[in-house]
Design a binder for this molecule. Structure first.
Ligand SMILES: Cc1ncc(C[n+]2csc(CCOP(=O)(O)OP(=O)(O)O)c2C)c(N)n1
Ligand SMILES: [Mg+2]
Length: 572
């Protein structure tokens, strides 16, 4: 025990948890702790909006598997976090939101910057610690960090602002290492049996494979079974793109190879995936989910087992550890593993499927001219992308189509907006990833509408020297939503046309580098230059207004109007 102030105990505990970077906007509520961040070895990155601070913490966490930390002023600074914490929840990111609160003496009186900050985050965090007494600040901080890592999601440390003051005998606890096991022996035995009996097993690798550091182990298992591998929606980095067994991603704007191959499976090993409903919807008219297949699902969160899809076996375990155990069991079964006899046939089949989809993609992406067809731009960037780049993608039509073109060599490379689906995710996530991994290029794909939510953070990049790249798809529209108006509302474009300035010039005025490209031949060089220049660059691509399939055909209906005055407002 050492005599400390609560601010000192808090900051010492943060340092003990390994925190070296915190994203936020200054505020008097926590200034007593902020004042000693630097001598504690913690860099404070001052941003433009708290939502983006939390997205940065998310990107930071996803790039490293370390905690991402954000802080803000009580009241409005904290309510600004909400969208980003919800996004981190669905991205399974260990984000720690430090939320100073109105002083305990005045809470409930309606003083300045007051709101009850616990209910707001109750459904989007894994754990909420309310620091009810100053002398519990280190203990509760430690607990929050441990749970964020163990349960893979955001946590909140809510600190009444007066609880930073005083003194007490503090205990600082070393960071708790989280180690997960492979799952129960019985379920692993059953899982191995299902795989051994299969004729055409397919492995679906999800985010859990990346988060557990289990990509090599997943690969060894796939190679032993000669099982094709599909990646779950927006986890394209969960298996090496160039591996002969890799089929590509499922889900919206994913790979037809993956869909056609998994449709044939008689057994699916879903390794580290919750099998989210949006990510397994039919696409391109292909009903690919193999309803008759026996599904083995491995997830470190017990609640995900069998939640969305029926499973034959649920393994409550870590993806990496389970892959090791399953491989050991299958090896021991020898010739009883039936599919090993037919591996070559599966590989031949897969190769044919792959060529089919690649030539279709080539055709779709062959357009030229100025403004640039979106698919052509995406193909050019795919070819030019530095192999070690990290890519964050936003929510929009062009960003979604990029799913077909984003292929990765290494894990921790793809940070999409995931299931929360909020515009404004990508650029701050790419910034956070860049802070965490300054050695790797970090690129965000962002639509021009969504860019309006993020562009202020170019100021942060300049101020904090974060050389992230934003590729802005300038198509003059909130395209993803306009597509619904085209398909369902007879081209009545309410709120979907944009009037844009030159985003490159705005970037220049902010002190960053701005580049405008309006010809397909220039896209690749411009991207390569931007991603490796060591400067924050906004690469504005002038695109035509082509739009691909909408996100939610599953959830929209043709308009019905019963009142006379609205009778013209139906489909043409
Ligand atoms: C925060 C938030 N607001 C609104 C939406 C609804 N939304 C989904 S896609 C989209 C349009 C995106 O337009 P843009 O960023 O220009 O990309 P484009 O579709 O044109 O490629 C909108 C408004 C959302 N997903 N998130
Ligand atoms: Mg747009």
């Amino acid at each position: 025990m050492t005599r400390m102030t609560p601010s000192e105990a808090f900051v010492e505990q943060l340092a003990a948890e390994g925190v070296t970077d915190i994203f936020g906007i200054v505020g008097s509520a926590y200034m007593d702790a902020l004042d000693i961040f630097e001598p504690a070895g913690i860099r404070f990155l001052s941003v433009a909006h708290e939502q983006n601070a939390a997205h940065m913490a998310d990107g930071y966490a996803r790039a490293t598997n370390r905690h991402g930390v954000c802080v803000g002023q009580n009241g409005p600074g904290i309510t600004n976090f909400v969208t980003a914490i919800a996004a981190a929840y669905w991205a399974h990111s260990p984000v720690v939101a430090i939320t100073p609160e109105t002083g305990s003496a005045g809470m409930g009186l309606g003083g300045f910057q007051e709101t009850d900050q616990m209910p707001i985050f109750s459904k989007i965090t894994r754990f909420q610690a309310h620091v009810s007494r100053p002398d519990r600040i280190a203990e509760l901080t430690h607990r929050a960090f441990t749970i964020a890592a163990a349960e893979r999601g955001p946590v909140q440390i809510n600190i009444p602002r007066d609880h930073f003051y005083g003194e007490f005998d503090a205990k600082i606890t070393p960071a708790q290492k989280v180690e997960r096991g492979p799952g129960g022996a019985e379920s692993l035995n059953q899982a191995a049996k299902v795989l051994a009996e299969a004729q055409f097993p397919v492995i679906l690798v999800g985010g859990g494979v990346v988060m557990s550091g289990g990509r090599d182990e997943a690969q060894q298992l796939a190679e032993y079974l000669q099982a094709p591998v599909v990646t779950s929606y927006l986890h394209n980095d969960a298996f090496p793109a160039s591996h002969p067994l890799m089929c590509g991603p499922l889900g919206y704007q994913g790979s037809k190879t993956a869909m056609r191959v998994i449709a044939q499976a008689d057994a699916v090993l879903a390794l580290g995936s919750r099998l989210g409903p949006f990510g397994t919807l039919p696409q391109y008219g292909i009903e690919y989910w193999p309803e008759g297949a026996r599904v083995v699902q491995v997830d470190s969160d017990h609640r995900m087992l069998g939640l969305v899809r029926d499973v034959a076996v649920g393994v409550h375990g870590d993806a990496r550890a389970a892959a090791i155990e399953l491989l050991a069991r299958l090896r021991a079964m020898g010739d009883a593993v039936r599919c090993r006899a037919t591996g070559d046939a599966r590989l031949t089949e897969l190769e044919a499927r792959r060529q089919e989809w690649e030539s279709e993609l080539d055709q779709l992406s062959a357009g030229g001219g100025s403004p640039i067809p979106p698919r052509r731009a995406l193909r050019e960037m795919e070819k030019a992308m530095p192999p070690d780049a990290m890519v964050a993608t936003d929510i929009g039509n062009v960003c979604s189509v990029s799913n077909s073109y984003l292929r990765f060599k290494q894990p921790q490379s793809f940070f999409a907006a995931m299931a929360f689906g909020n515009c404004g995710y990508a650029f701050p996530a790419a910034m956070g990833a860049k802070v965490a991994r300054p050695d790797r290029p970090s690129v965000a794909y962002v639509g021009d509408g969504a860019w309006g939510m993020s562009l202020a953070e170019v100021l942060t990049c300049v101020r904090e020297r974060i050389p992230a790249t934003a590729v802005v798809f300038n198509n003059g529209q909130w395209g993803a939503e306009k597509k619904n108006q085209i398909d369902y509302y007879a081209d009545r474009f309410v709120g979907t046309n944009l009037v844009n300035p030159s985003f490159a010039k705005i970037a220049e005025a902010m002190g960053a580098t701005g580049i405008t490209v309006d010809h397909p031949d220039q896209v690749g060089d411009a991207l390569r230059k931007a991603a490796t220049s060591g400067e924050c660059t906004v690469l504005e691509l002038m695109l035509n207004q082509d739009l691909a399939e909408p996100f939610r055909r599953d959830a929209l209906k043709k308009p019905v109007r019963l009142l006379e005055k609205y009778k013209d407002y139906t489909v043409a």
